[in-house]
Design a protein. Sequence first.
Length: 203
Amino acid sequence: MALMYPDAPSARRPGRCWTIRIVGHRDRTASVTCSSACVMPPRSRDIAALRRFAEAHAAAHARAAAVHHDAACWCRRQQCALHEGTRVNCAGGVVLVLRHDPAIGQVWTLSEVCSVCAPLMPHARVTSRSVPPPPAPRDANREPHGLSAPAGPPSVAAPRLVPGGFSAPPAGAGPGPGPERRGGRRPGAGRRRGRTEPEGAGE
């Protein structure tokens, strides 16, 4: 991921740095210290063993540290003091460098710096590089200009069930035709029944 650092790179997280030292004491013993909270061996007069431990400890930090692709250059934070004779603009990807001056032999430093400062730092070598994050997946249901694509043809609502197991007519349907009524009156409904006279009554 290419980057250019402004004067105040507030958009980037601070670059990390780990420092491992061998510190001597008045009783002719020495101890190993680390800038992070790590378990260190006790004091010892075996300086060679402590130096081997410090080298292994720095290598363990280098293996465990995943380089942040958005880290600000730690060298710039120190005003590029390690290569003050060559002034550059921090740019490029972020790398993790291990610095160790064999003339001193007591300090190991791991730091996140930009790829422009890394080759200018004395007694430093790149141990790992940052990996750009994968691009965000595009929404398949989105059309260009941010509009949502229709999911499909509008679905017709199924008939709702009513108690009793019958299906109610779908919404919007008018009332169905009722049972057909017969026109006219029932046969004999309008005939008035007269009084029946017994036979021979008029004789």
